[in-house]
Design a protein around this ligand. Structure first.
Ligand code: GDP
Length: 527
């Protein structure tokens, strides 16, 4: 049987929502799925009261409605389009995992709270999107509540992140008194009708200009005038500028009421990039219809507390994945049978019988798999570039509590490093046996010490280092200058990069005034 792999890839939209905690990511995710008719009643996901039960609700839902969900990706179809929404954990566990997810998507939705605009974690995640050339659609949420002025929000995008807003809709009525949106391409008004508690997809009424004028009066006129101003400022919609990352289509809405969510979904289907051939380590794009290949972007342990299992999540880059197929791990050259792992996976979650480029597969008990590994079927071998390390912001010296377990400690540290749980830095000054853990988010330290304890039987002591500012040292000779000044320290990462650490920007600034030629550079997110 032949499969139309290119056709299947064209149907896929694989994206992540980037946002600051509380901007409404979970609410939007549910609302998107709701609109895709995967769920008929938002209450099924919302639960009552504690919304943190979402994951287990999803498992239940999955059984009931046959949609495929893992904690890493939500898949649903809308018409002929297959949507893969990858989760970027945004709360306390904000770490490198979150960034790595962005290596597995083709686009992102930047979700802003209308009252807050761009917030710190949104900015960090946006930096990664820009660095990786990921196109971004912007959804300004919570328009049902008092918020900032829409023009102000658009200006923030231009001024703070140099991203030109191209409004596709514009709110009618000020934040807090939301009547609907102007559909700028049609010149009509989409008027929303509230449903009880946002429990079902919001009803929509399409009004032509005259009807909108009669219905919303001055608010309609204001919306037209304001949107015109922004469009006149280079904000005319142009799909190429969205795809090249220089501009972002902007939509307004209120996820909790399902306002504007359908428009967002329509635009994702219409505009968001499809999976493209992924360049391998030799920079040769792997055709979508080449035999199966995928790369591991996330490894999660302990998803099932009873089994302490490890799940490796891989994004399919080419070909068709079929459960039971034997693939090769490009890093070790070893074959890897997917039948067994998928059966285990199937009992706990959904069984994915087949997958195409853009989809995410979860491989249970794939203990041999590491973040960045390539899996492929048949010959010749293919290897995709490893995943980048990100600029760490937290540092801690790690020591085994019991020196008698130094060997297990070393083994454990190597393992954690190869999985990308933490970055490991060393220096001659501190000694080969004294690793310094470096993390993007402090939660990574907790995960690392917990795993050393449970899996390797080594209790660790972590001594946090008072460094907050990190730079890449580009001239090894300057290491002495930094260390002699006592204002910083230089540590070497396993990939050979020399990282110069300072207490803060002030300490670095002082040193730079004394040594204007100091060869340090910013670590961009993703290096
Ligand atoms: P997350 O942390 O980004 O996943 O945010 P949640 O989806 O958990 O939402 C955070 C809070 O904002 C919750 O109390 C939501 O009910 C609320 N929220 C989300 N979307 C909207 C919205 O459109 N309007 C209003 N008023 N509240 C919202």
């Amino acid at each position: 049987m032949t499969h139309d792999i290119a056709g299947e890839a064209r149907r896929r939209r694989t994206f992540a929502v980037i946002s600051h905690p509380d901007a409404g990511k979970s609410t939007l995710t549910e609302a998107l799925a709701l609109h895709a008719k995967a769920i008929t009643n938002a209450g099924a996901v919302h639960g009552k009261g504690d919304r943190r039960g979402v994951t287990s609700d999803w498992l239940e839902m999955e059984r009931e409605r046959g949609i495929s969900i893992t904690s890493a990706a939500l898949q649903f179809t809308i018409g002929d389009t297959v949507i893969n929404l990858l989760d970027t954990p945004g709360h306390a566990d904000f770490s490198e995992d979150t960034y790595r997810v962005l290596s597995a998507v083709d686009s992102a939705v930047m979700l802003l709270d209308a009252a807050k605009g761009l917030e710190p974690q949104t900015l960090k995640l946006f930096d990664v999107c820009r660095y990786r050339g990921i196109p971004v659609l912007t959804f300004i949420n919570k328009w049902d509540r008092p918020g900032l002025d829409p023009i102000e929000l658009c200006e923030e995008l231009t001024q703070r992140i140099n991203l030109t807003p191209m409004p596709l809709t514009w709110p009618v009525g000020i934040a807090g008194d939301f009547k609907g949106v102007v559909d700028l391409s049609a010149g009509t008004m989409i008027k929303y009708q509230r449903t009880a508690g946002g429990a079902t997809a919001a009803g929509e009424q399409h009004l032509d200009a005259a009807e909108a004028e009669a219905d919303a009066g001055q608010a309609w006129q204001d919306a037209l005038d304001e949107s015109e101003l922004v469009v006149a400022e280079d904000g005319e919609f142009d799909v190429d500028r969205y795809l090249d990352g220089s501009a972002t289509p902007v939509l307004f809405g209120a996820a909790v009421l399902n306002f504007g969510v359908k428009q967002l979904l329509d635009q994702l289907v219409e505009l968001a990039p499809r999976p493209e051939p992924r360049p391998d380590v030799n920079d040769q794009p792997r055709p979508l219809d080449a035999p199966f290949s995928a790369f591991v972007f996330k490894v999660q342990t302990g998803m099932d507390p009873a089994h302490r299992d490890q799940v490796a999540f891989a994004r399919v880059c080419s070909g068709r994945f079929e459960r039971g197929m034997t693939v090769t791990n490009a890093t070790t050259g070893r074959p890897f049978a997917t039948k067994y792992v998928q059966q285990v996976f199937g009992q706990q979650r959904s069984t994915m019988d087949e997958a195409y480029p853009g989809d995410v597969i979860g491989l249970v008990n794939a203990t041999a798999l590491r973040v960045g590994d390539t899996l492929y079927e048949g010959k010749p071998k293919v290897k995709f570039p490893g995943l980048p390390s990100f600029a760490p912001a937290h540092f801690a010296v790690a020591r085994p509590r019991d020196l008698g377990r130094a060997k297990q400690f070393r083994k454990g540290v190597d393992q954690l490093e190869s999985e990308g749980v933490v970055q490991v830095l060393r220096s001659d000054r501190r000694g080969e046996g004294v690793p310094i853990f470096a993390a993007v988010g402090p939660m990574q330290f907790e995960v690392a010490s917990h795993r050393l304890d449970v899996e390797f039987g080594v209790g660790v002591e972590l001594e946090r280092l008072p460094y907050r500012t990190v730079r890449l040292l580009t001239n090894r000779e300057h290491r002495k200058t930094i260390e002699a000044s006592r204002r910083g320290e230089v540590l070497t990462r396993s990939d050979g990069a020399d990282l110069a650490l300072f207490a803060d920007e002030i300490a670095l600034g002082t040193l730079q005034r004394q040594h204007p030629d100091l060869a340090v550079e910013h670590l961009v997110a993703g290096t």
